[in-house]
Design a protein around this ligand. Sequence first.
Ligand SMILES: [Zn+2]
Ligand SMILES: [Zn+2]
Length: 444
Amino acid sequence: MHGLASTIWCRPPVAASVFHTRLHGAGQSLPTGSPVWISRISPTSRLAIWTCLAGLRTLCRQSTLQRRASNAKASLAADDLTANGIRRVHMGSTRDRGRCLLATEDAEPGDVLIREKASFVHDMGSNVSQQGAEEIWMQFHQLPSETQAAILGLFCPEQPVRALEDSPGYMLASDDQRRLLGILKVNSVKLRGPGAGVFLTISRANHSCRPNCAFVLSDDATCGLVAIQEIKADEEITVSYISESNLLLPILQRRSALLRPWQFTCACPRCVGVDDTRGLRCSLCGRGVQWASAESDEWQACGSCKGHMDEQEMRRCLSRWWLRYNAMAPLHVEAELAACEFRRGGGCPPERKDPDWMSEVVSLHRSMRDSPAPAPGLDTHWIGSSVAAFAAEAHLWRGELEEAVAAATARATFVKRVLQADTLGLKKVEATRELARRMKEEEL
Ligand SMILES: [Zn+2]
Ligand SMILES: [Zn+2]
């Protein structure tokens, strides 16, 4: 049904390349894979890093999935398979989701289900010039006619394609050219090398906010799908079109991230029923949680005492915490980078012994944790969980190891419950928890 245009968990987004280019000079070839290049940054470049916002989230990204992807690649090389050598999926359809990809056999997390070479590589960015559109049109017509027909058979959103509306190359194009640009826009995957690729099979994977597969990209314009959950034969293969951090946001934000580029309203299992990112601690019993409904402004009864808290009080509580959390937002990037630096073994630089973000986040974490209900749960609400993630790093730096372990555990519980998969975010917070635990043992 819908195409895909972004990858999760396995490679840095374009922003990371921009970031790197700024540090080392445009025109230099960019290394592939995100975690390697940060180690090349000299201490004198550190100041530039602190001020560079783009791509920071990619700095810490090295997940189990990446390792699995490398293992998968190694085993592929050993078996001397071609790019299309694995195919454990087939195209099918379901009544409610239309055309989709289905698994041909059972799969375990880490299994590679398909590896596919891009059928068409292009360099259409977010904005297409008139000349760029014409070049793409010409390149497309150099493809074999069967490939052209197969690409034109991929999903195309209703015209005009909103994500291209501001591009001169799109506005001035003929109807046929517009259709092609629209198809490329929603079905392309950003490659590890330059440009983006369209994949005839992988591009048919539908989105889910709890995907069972993730993309794995290789240098040779090849993309694979690796299972991140157990998958049964004939089960639909799903991926996420949005980043993992977006998957941890409430339904409304996820839908809005999907709407403009792909022009559909997600109705995956996480987007109907209960919003699993908005659980408030219940003030009636002090033990249970009240969850927000997915598509209305209502709240479900407490899971423990079955009671309903006063809705006005709940709204007041949420807006209070939202304001405090939002005020901290500019510090998020700094916190991410600081955590990354810690992980690289350098520890906290003496001149940054007590950066602003650290005391802010520690204070927010403690007051949210100790606040009487109703309050966002650290492992049930997206705001609480995000605060817990930052607090885990802050407490670790400050040597408050017990609090670091507790905060990391809350974050891990949230991610596991919401995504039910071994994701990058989960690995990262589990690493924090392990580090804090180890340091605590050494201390004793
Ligand atoms: Zn969804
Ligand atoms: Zn209750």
